[in-house]
Write a protein that binds this ligand. Structure first.
Ligand code: FES
Length: 125
């Protein structure tokens, strides 16, 4: 039922963990199932230079978190803001329909982390 790519990212998640001195952090919860995800980013010159995630969720949530970190790493903040839920699902060669909601967490978590970073920058000015 899962694609090879989903299984690969679920078994070997990329960029899993925390960034203690992160420049931005996004926390999102999935209202459908109650799962939770944190995304941490390091930013230099408006670009995501490092990104990690911590997810308490199902296999699809872990695979999508892992994929979103790969998609976002090296992108500018504006580019990363444009990554959508379907970009994440498509990069994993799709998700079973009942698991599509799991990809919401990853894209939303990334966007929240960027918003958090921007808010902090504003506050420093
Ligand atoms: Fe909760 Fe997938 S079932 S995120």
């Amino acid at each position: 039922m899962y694609s090879e790519k989903v299984m690969d990212h679920f078994r070997n998640p990329r960029n899993m963990g925390e960034i203690p001195d992160a420049d931005g952090m996004g926390t999102v919860g999935n209202p459908v199932c109650g799962d939770m995800m944190n995304i941490y980013i390091k930013v230099e010159d408006n670009r995501i230079v490092d990104i990690k995630f911590k997810t308490f969720g199902c296999g699809a949530a872990i695979a999508t978190s892992s994929m979103v970190t790969e998609l976002a790493k090296g992108k500018t903040l504006d580019e990363a803001m444009k990554l959508t839920r379907s970009d994440v699902a498509d990069s994993l060669d799709g998700l079973p329909p009942v698991k599509m909601h799991c990809s919401n967490l990853a894209a939303d978590g990334l966007h929240e982390a960027i918003k958090d970073y921007r808010k902090k920058r504003e506050a420093e000015k």
